[in-house]
Design a protein around this ligand. Sequence first.
Ligand code: SF4
Ligand code: SF4
Ligand code: SF4
Length: 159
Amino acid sequence: MVDISKRRFFTRKNIDSKQIRLPWVNELQTFTDLCTRCGKCVGACETGIIEHADGGYPSINFTIDECTFCYKCAEICPEPIFNNKDSQPWNAKASITDSCLAHKNVECRSCGDACETMAIQFKLRLGGVALPEIELGECSGCGACVSICPTSSISVSNL
Ligand code: SF4
Ligand code: SF4
Ligand code: SF4
């Protein structure tokens, strides 16, 4: 028997709207009401990035790997939680902090090399190495740039 009141507790207290849940899940409030925390998506994820997070609800951890948008988490889920595969998976975008090596004048382009959509562009500047900038319109929120960064300077969150 599922304890709805406990789910609502986590809905109100523990769910950060910027936290990455799962692709194709857009209604976070509905998600915590409908998800039974069965863990089927955790086992189905081909890159192993889905973890049981707060309250046992699944959540994405990009420090492990990227999302390939394979849709397996949605396919295996027995609950009516996921949107159609043709729709946009999420509004997640990457951002880079000042701890990036390039901000310390150390040449690094690992994130740019990892980005399939070429959303990370390096802008030349006088007196320093080129700085990475993210073209938000091109970023799919796949997270491929997160685990590759040697200084953990990149995070992906919902806009
Ligand atoms: S779409 Fe695929 S890679 Fe992305 S979270 Fe779901 S199962 Fe994992
Ligand atoms: S991989 Fe990390 S340290 Fe390297 S340029 Fe990108 S954000 Fe900076
Ligand atoms: S999240 Fe994916 S698409 Fe966005 S900048 Fe990083 S690697 Fe590129």
